[in-house]
Design a protein around this ligand. Structure first.
Ligand code: ATP
Ligand code: MG
Length: 451
């Protein structure tokens, strides 16, 4: 198999010498006489390895190296420096060059040796990246917790749709696990070895969203000083996750619909059509049919996306899952902060089960993390959950609200102690008759503290 190699040098003689030698050694060589020319070509051949002369007229080798690494962070470059210019070699290595050679290159075997190492290094870093992503994905896939019928239905749907190519729309309130489901579908699909590329449609203003999705050619707009692949292209052969699709502006919806129908795109500033093989998963916490009625979401796009819908139930409808999830989060966070916390006491369990969880699983995760940090006991107690607002259940109230009599008793005792048990003065300050005060002292069994 041939490896693509980018060879940049402004001296034609040196270029031809190297190209002539290396083309016999399993390299598919793309030459350029300047940094500008190299960048121009680069997005068309995307070579994993490069030989770059440091001293060129126009763009310097160092700058070119930086630009190439922006486009392809895995590129491994061997730089050519003038004999004796150690500084340049050091700067190039700092900027991420893989190795260097001094010019003129006479020992071609040494060059070949270094190039082969660079190819191997490229293979390793790319492999490492793929592995770590795959690990993260499979982890997410296996981590769906819950035994409620709602979550079991979701699990069943995931395993049904994952092997298919169909577009999936995931709906449900904020924090219910929509992204988790999207990752699980991808991880269980035949596309799992390829990437899952996510984009949050709400996170970009309209024009940026378009260039993020479609990519652009150099010079497509002011500031586009190099070509960039969009997320559609990056997701080729894999899955594209369109998060918060309900927030997509109408003009972008039209463009997305076209891509879904034609399965090809053009980068901004280009007429070249790039065919796409992608699977789409979309998610939203908005009610799309309502948005359609209000004219904020295109009906045709809605039907395109809504081939299969997975609707996530709010956490409060998942019964026992609340405590299952809480136990899992407890385990995770106590390991993280290094505390040995063995469980959740009955009062705390009552509070968690009775709360209505407007922020769903994400809120539960946050509450448990905070409780683990706060608690001084080896269990999570009701007091560690004091931040939970919203309607309180009866179990939550008991033990938390003091009866009036307790407060009255404490208050009278406090005043008497402050006023040195002067009955007349204390009664006056409390706004009651001194006889009433005497009765209360007896009733509450108050006695003067003698120090
Ligand atoms: N069933 C579950 N088991 C374990 N963890 C879960 C589950 N559901 C959600 N989570 C966790 O809760 C958090 C929120 O989930 P996620 O980001 O998938 O929700 P979302 O629906 O996409 O939220 P939003 O609408 O706010 O984007 C994540 O940390 C996720 O790992
Ligand atoms: Mg989300």
């Amino acid at each position: 198999m041939q490896t693509r190699l980018l060879l940049v040098d402004d001296e034609a003689a040196q270029r031809e010498l190297l190209a002539g030698y290396l083309s016999k050694k399993q390299f598919d060589i793309h030459t350029a006489g300047s940094g500008e020319e190299a960048l121009d070509q680069y997005h068309d051949h995307f070579a994993p390895v490069a030989i770059v002369d440091m001293k060129m007229t126009g763009m310097s080798g160092l700058e070119l190296l930086a630009r190439l690494r922006e486009i392809n962070p895995f590129i491994q470059a061997i730089v050519l420096t003038a004999f004796g210019s150690v500084e340049t070699a050091v700067a190039a290595m700092k900027a991420g060059a893989f190795d260097y050679l001094t010019k003129p290159v006479e020992d071609l075997d040494e060059l070949l040796l270094k190039l082969n190492k660079a190819v191997e290094q490229n293979r390793l870093v790319v492999q490492h990246k793929i592995m770590s992503e795959r690990l993260a994905e499979s982890f997410a896939g296996s981590e769906m917790i819950g035994e409620s019928s709602g979550i079991n239905d979701v699990r069943e749907l995931i395993s049904l749709v994952a092997p298919k190519e169909a577009t999936v729309l995931i709906t449900g309130p904020s924090g219910t696990g929509k992204e988790l489901v999207a990752r699980a579908i991808h991880a269980l699909s035949p596309r799992a070895p390829e990437s899952l590329v996510a984009i949050n449609c709400a996170a970009f203003p309209e024009t940026l969203l378009e260039s993020e999705l479609f990519g652009y050619e150099k010079g497509a707009f002011t500031g586009a000083d190099r070509a960039k692949q969009g997320r559609f292209e990056l997701a080729d052969h894999g899955t594209l996750f369109l998060d918060e699709v309900g927030e997509m502006p109408l003009t972008m919806q039209v463009k997305l619909l076209r891509v879904l129908e034609e399965r090809k795109i053009q980068r901004l500033g280009s007429v070249k059509e790039i065919p796409l093989d992608i699977r789409i998963i979309a998610a939203t916490n908005r009610d799309l049919p309502t948005l359609v009625k209000e004219g904020k979401f295109r009906e045709d796009l809605f039907y395109r996306l809504n081939v299969i819908t997975i609707d996530l139930p709010p956490l409060r409808d998942r019964g026992g899952d609340i405590l299952l999830l809480a136990a899992k989060f407890l385990e995770r966070f106590s390991r993280k902060v290094g505390k040995e916390i063995t469980g959740i006491d009955p009062e705390a369990a009552g509070i968690l089960s009775g709360y209505n969880w407007p922020g769903n699983v994400r809120e539960l995760e946050n509450i448990i993390e905070r409780a683990v940090i706060l608690t001084r006991a080896n269990q999570i107690t009701g007091a560690d959950l004091s931040g939970l607002s919203g309607p309180l259940s009866e179990t939550t109230l008991s033990g938390k609200i003091a009866p009036i009599a307790d407060i009255e008793k404490e208050h009278i005792k406090f005043c008497l102690d402050r006023l040195d048990w002067n009955i007349g003065l204390t009664a006056e300050k409390l706004g009651i008759h001194r006889n009433t005060l005497r009765t209360k002292i007896k009733e509450y069994n108050l006695t003067r503290q003698t120090q």
